[in-house]
Design a protein around this ligand. Structure first.
Ligand code: DI6
Ligand code: FE
Length: 448
């Protein structure tokens, strides 16, 4: 018999729970029902909590107690720990499906300008790489971003965010990477932080200075990496603008050696890393990410077996980005079966950016993850909740976890107008949440 604390067991706030064991309720006994702020009743909960049986951890006739922006109790309604006092705000859900708030764990939401003309060129036969090499692509967005004020960047990004909020996104990662100088990279990240203050969404930021080589450093990539390491990274870290450090390791971007220099500096500054890895070619990016215990390796269409094994060992999340795969008409699908085989957690994200994925729907990514990449609906739903949280380090390693309905987690959840979870994967666009709750507060229509 397993011993408490043995591999596979985990410490829950109030007790030890064995893997796969069904639990009728979980709560923190220190929080009395009399102290709850609100309760959500008569819901079908897809908890995504591994401690609850089934891939989605479903609890029928469920209830969620909330206090101070956190979930304080999850379980069957009939197991509520006492009489609900009059002071509790009661929400009847009418047997609706309820999931954790969605998490878009990879976006480039803040940028100036648009790239529709470039899309037109691609439709006439130009390749993404050829456009990038000719000074278009990312660099055209860099020019437009450098010319944009913080207010302009903010207004455009908030506009792009709106449809994501309507479909239940409560946490979003936003990268820099279109400034490529200290001032503009910092401006982008400040705008990302502002979004988290103005909109009902938690923002996690990634510094992506090593996204492309700016024109003033043409032919001097190592000198640019010096700038990233010696000036940009200390500046953004010093101002608390970055939660993580990302890089684009690719033959049209930076080499594994250059990427490693950026990561070494990030680790010196106590920042976790993630990587755009093996998107267009196998450059050993997945293995490199694993070597640095990266939170995530993203794209990974070309990840080789050794890289996949390394990701599994490091516990690094593979973030799959079907929007970019679709929009660039890529043909190489990520090695989903190998990730599954080795137990690499998989997340899904929009990769919203103006060049390779102008997607403004994470629910559509659930559909694409299933149709294009062969994920099961449960894997895809875990990919935009529990595993997306893990890709952002929001799985409870510091602060309350996101992406699960469990006692102690953030009270971020979504009510859906669906009869079964598979409907989250079924439609091709058009599914809006019935209700979005973030930090225990239900967003009003005015917020979205
Ligand atoms: N990979 C991507 O998908 C985006 N950046 C990256 O490193 C594309 C960015 C763009 O084309 O503007
Ligand atoms: Fe990206």
């Amino acid at each position: 018999m397993s011993e408490r604390g043995a591999p596979g067991w985990r410490l829950w706030p109030s007790r030890w729970v064995a893997p796969g064991v069904e639990v009728a309720c979980m709560g923190d006994p220190r929080t009395d029902i009399a102290e709850w702020d609100s309760v959500w009743l008569d819901a079908r909960l897809a908890t995504l909590d591994p401690a609850v049986a089934g891939e989605l951890g479903v609890i029928e006739d469920g209830a969620i107690g909330v206090r101070d922006g956190r979930i304080t109790w999850v379980g069957r309604r009939r197991a509520l720990p006492g009489q609900l006092p009059d002071t509790v705000d009661v929400h009847e859900c009418g047997n609706a499906w309820l999931t954790p708030g969605l998490i878009d764990c990879h976006t480039h939401l803040v940028y100036g300008g648009e790239r529709a003309a470039e899309f037109g060129m691609r439709l006439e036969g130009a390749s993404y790489e050829a456009i990038a090499r000719a000074g278009g692509g990312i660099l055209s967005t860099v020019r437009a971003t450098r010319e944009s004020s913080g207010d302009e960047l903010l207004a455009a990004a908030r506009d792009r965010l709106r449809p994501l909020l309507r479909e239940g996104v409560t946490t979003i990662e936003i990268k820099s990477g279109y400034g490529l100088d200290t001032e503009t990279e910092s401006r982008m990240l400040r705008v990302a932080r502002q979004i988290g203050q103005l909109d009902p969404v938690t923002v996690s930021t990634s510094f992506l200075g090593a996204h492309a080589l700016p024109p003033e450093y043409a032919g001097r990539a190592d000198a640019y990496i010096d700038l990233v390491c010696e000036e940009m990274l200390p500046a953004v870290a010093g101002e608390g603008l970055a939660d993580c450090v990302d890089a684009f390791c690719e033959r049209i971007a930076f080499s594994p050696e250059q990427t490693a220099r950026v990561f070494d500096r990030a680790i010196e500054l106590d920042l976790p890393v993630r990587l755009h890895a093996d998107q267009l070619s196998d450059g050993g990016g997945a293995a490199l990410a694993a070597r640095y215990n990266a939170l995530s390796a993203d794209h990974v269409e070309y990840a080789a077996e050794a890289g996949i094994v390394a990701l599994a060992r490091a516990g690094t999340v593979a973030v799959l980005l079907p929007g970019a795969f679709y929009f660039l008409r890529e043909t190489r699908v990520p090695p989903v079966a190998r990730f599954r085989h080795h137990g690499v957690p998989m997340a899904l994200a929009s990769d919203h950016n103006p060049g390779s994925s102008p997607a403004r729907s994470l629910v559509l990514m659930i559909n694409m993850g299933c149709v294009l990449f062969g994920l099961t609906p449960a894997e895809a739903i875990a990919g935009v909740t529990r595993n997306a949280a893990r890709a952002l380090g929001l799985d409870g390693r510091s602060g309350p976890p996101a992406g699960v309905l469990a006692a102690g987690a953030r009270a971020d959840f979504v009510l859906w107008p669906i009869d079964a979870p598979v409907e989250l994967a079924y439609g091709i666009g058009g599914l809006a949440a019935t209700r979005v709750v973030r930090g225990g507060i239900a967003a009003g229509a005015a917020d979205t």
